[in-house]
Design a protein. Structure first.
Length: 309
């Protein structure tokens, strides 16, 4: 049965987080506010980078693409999540579930690689400053971003090609607030060992290779910065990396907990709670981290709002 698609389930019920009726409106309002703020913050970053020539640099080119990515990233998950908070009908069609899963995996995998590309950019800027304009040309940056998207699309397509072959016969409830890989593997009534192996292997590759790139880049950056004689020079060099490093730690640590382990180690409650961090809170915090800890972005915001007034 595992080799053929014998799916009889036409829809799934997303159980989400059980919420008392008197708290549903409060939870909906909080989630809606977070979603709107996340979209607004990331849109503002894109607008600032586009309208300020001082931010037309490789670092901000990558940041603009990260902001664009996260607008779609949260929009795949949170609108359905918001609707389910107030609605008794928490169904999602099989096709809708697969589509949500496909785009979500695409965006997550793309963000892994994009954060690694941003770490490489900081490595070149600090460790090879004289060659930075030559290495990080506009064409090369565009190629890096395109490679990030191709990696995300390819990884998602491979994973979904195996998950789509599974059968879902009797159990139509998913103990999650969106269609994720591990919950789907757990409710499949066919042999999911191959899909689980492919998912686990690709997760380690998509997380492991970018993570090694990030760690290697920051080790080289640390060695270079420690050689700078003045404390002011060291502080200035570190300040260009602090925002990105914070974002990397937040995103990688939460998603690594969720995706870099086999199905047998899956726990519903822990994974749902951690999933809230990287699908709701981290996208909200990322723009704030870049704006509050980056002088050039703060200056561009001040100039933009001053000109507007």
């Amino acid at each position: 049965m595992g080799g053929s698609n014998e799916t009889s389930v036409m829809y799934f019920i997303l159980l989400g987080f059980p919420t008392p009726a008197e708290l549903q409106l409060l939870l909906f309002s909080a989630l809606l506010l977070v979603y709107l703020l996340t979209v607004l913050e990331n849109f503002l970053i894109i607008l600032l980078i586009r309208n300020n020539p001082g931010l037309h640099k490789p670092m901000y080119f990558f940041l603009g693409n990260l902001a664009f990515l996260e607008i779609w990233y949260v929009s795949v998950i949170e609108p359905k999540m918001l609707a389910d908070v107030l609605s008794r009908d928490k169904r999602i069609s099989l096709q809708g579930c697969m589509a949500q899963l496909y785009f979500f995996v695409t965006f997550v995998c793309t963000e892994y690689v994009l954060l690694a590309a941003m770490a490489y950019d900081r490595f070149v800027a600090i460790c090879k400053p004289l060659r930075y304009p030559l290495i990080m040309s506009h064409q090369f940056c565009a190629q890096l971003v395109a490679a990030c998207w191709m990696c995300g699309l390819a990884t998602s397509s491979i994973k979904l090609s195996f998950i789509a072959r599974l059968s879902f016969c009797d159990v139509d409830q998913i103990n999650h607030y969106f269609c994720d890989i591990s919950p789907l593997l757990n409710v499949s009534c066919s042999d999911s060992s191959l899909a689980e192996l492919v998912d686990f292997t690709l997760a380690l590759m998509v997380i492991g290779v970018p993570l090694c790139t990030v760690v290697t880049s920051y080790i080289c950056i640390l060695v270079t910065v420690l050689k700078i004689p003045s404390s002011q020079g060291r502080q200035k060099a570190f300040s260009t990396c602090s925002s990105h490093l914070t974002v990397v730690i937040l995103f990688y640590s939460t998603t690594l907990f969720t995706y870099a382990h086999p199905k047998l180690m899956y726990t519903y409650r822990a994974n749902k709670l951690v999933s809230v961090l990287y699908t709701v809170l981290v996208p909200l915090l990322n723009p704030l981290l870049y704006c509050l800890r980056n002088k050039e972005v703060r200056l561009a915001m001040r100039k933009t709002f001053t000109c507007t007034r």
